[in-house]
Design a protein around this ligand. Structure first.
Ligand code: ASP
Ligand code: MG
Length: 417
């Protein structure tokens, strides 16, 4: 294949035995002729353990020190994996983020990568060594250790792949790819061979936590071929691609859902310019993120707003809007935190009408009431009563035949024979 960057997450390096298995996987790839750079996470549970230690000593631990602490998790794994590789006669060397010089800004706990000096790594590869790099961390201009946010090892891997112009960035994890939806909800859910980066972004931001969102954005920006695959069983995984002209586009790739939202309605507010800014401005000033927003057409000069926020912000939002409602002369404020959001995602929606129709019809066939709707180019989301979430997702999975493996294109097959 050439040059590959392989990233192994916490569960994949959770024990000595698993580290040995990773070493075997890496060695096999090396022996097949690849140059291999490995990025590892901390052993599973380690980052949380370190955070708890910090919080036991300081209610709001200082960012600089938190990053010094958290970065040790990955430092342990690079050393252990490199030893395991050497033990099976696979030459290897390891680097922390600072040693590579993964230069970041100084935003502790959520630093962004600015630059990577890939030359020394190339030299190691040239000498026949596997290079093992600590994920999730870098160093700022002043030499302070920084970390990239939870799940940040994915981003390290993608950034290294971009800097080294790798042929592929492979993210090994505890699932064997990206699925049409959560198999725990729909047993017929199918692994996708491919998905576009745009779809992947929608799915990850909607709560399918296979990859860190930032990693997908980064991969998209630099066109890094990205593959998600299982560290426990062999298989092709899911390749994340970039849309090309004339590419066959699936209508719907996946269904995401989210139980973490709550909705707040404000009824009978005078429909005057600036009203939305007043209601939602106060919410955003309180640092509460608003997701879906609906405003009704007005009747007799009065209108209604409904919007959703994260469940953890529900009570605060309700209090805030109630307080505001009096000033704005609104008739009523109420909310509901027993809702769920279900979204269909597919780049094929861009060129096909009727997706929304099929969606609404299949939900109504199950007697499920839709409370809110929002759409984007490649996504349709609805809010429904939480207790209907599973039923709704299953109905949609069936209606869009997501359980059926698409037939490969006939033309291509013909021209190959
Ligand atoms: N160890 C870090 C975390 O748990 C980074 C990672 O695993 O990607 O978030
Ligand atoms: Mg992860």
């Amino acid at each position: 294949m050439g040059l590959v960057v392989k990233k192994f997450g916490g569960t994949s390096v959770g024990t000595s035995e698993r580290i040995q298995e990773v070493a075997q996987t890496v060695k096999a790839s090396r022996e097949a002729g690849d140059d291999v750079v490995v990025v590892v996470s901390a052993m599973s549970g380690e980052t949380n353990r370190l955070l708890e230690l910090a919080e036991a000593l300081h209610p709001n631990p200082p960012g600089r020190e938190v990053d010094v602490l958290l970065s040790t998790g990955e430092q342990v794994t690079i050393a252990l994996l490199t030893m395991a590789l050497q033990q099976i006669d696979c030459p290897a060397c390891c680097y922390t983020g600072a040693q590579v010089r993964i230069l970041t800004d100084s935003a502790f706990s959520r630093a962004r990568i600015l630059d990577i000096d890939a030359e020394p790594l190339r030299e190691d590869l040239h000498q026949g060594r596997v290079v093992v790099v600590a994920g999730f961390q870098g160093v700022d201009e002043d030499g302070a250790i920084t970390t990239l946010g939870r799940g940040g090892s994915d981003t390290t891997a993608v950034a290294l792949a971009a800097a080294l112009e790798a042929d592929e960035c492979q993210i090994y994890t505890d699932v064997d790819g990206v699925y049409t939806t959560d198999p725990r909800v729909v047993p017929e859910a199918r692994r996708l061979d491919r998905i576009t980066a745009d779809e992947m972004l929608e799915l990850s931001s909607l709560g399918s936590k296979v990859l860190q969102i930032r990693a997908v954005e980064f991969a998209g920006k630099y066109g890094v071929p990205l593959r998600v695959l299982s560290s426990f069983e062999a298989g092709p995984g899911t390749l994340i691609t970039y849309e090309e002209e004339g590419m066959e586009k699936p209508l719907i790739s996946g269904i995401a859902f989210n139980r973490d939202e709550a909705k707040v309605s404000i009824i009978g507010v005078p429909d005057t310019p600036g009203i939305a800014a007043k209601i939602l401005g106060a919410v955003s000033e309180a640092n509460i993120e608003v997701d879906m927003i609906i405003q009704n057409i007005s009747q007799q000069g009065l209108t209604d707003f409904t919007f959703t926020v994260h469940k953890r912000d529900y009570q605060a939002t309700l209090d805030l809007v109630r307080e505001n409602a009096e000033k704005l002369g609104a008739r009523q404020v109420f909310g509901d935190d027993k809702i769920a959001k279900v979204s269909l995602v597919g780049v094929g929606m861009r060129s096909h009408a009727g997706v929304a129709n099929t969606m609404f019809r299949s939900l109504s066939d199950e007697g499920i009431n839709i409370q809110m709707i929002s759409t984007s180019e490649i996504k349709i989301s609805v809010v429904l009563e939480e207790k209907y979430l599973e039923l709704g997702v299953r109905a949609l999975h069936k209606a869009f035949e997501l359980d059926v493996q698409p037939v490969p294109e006939l033309e291509e097959e013909a021209s190959e024979s």
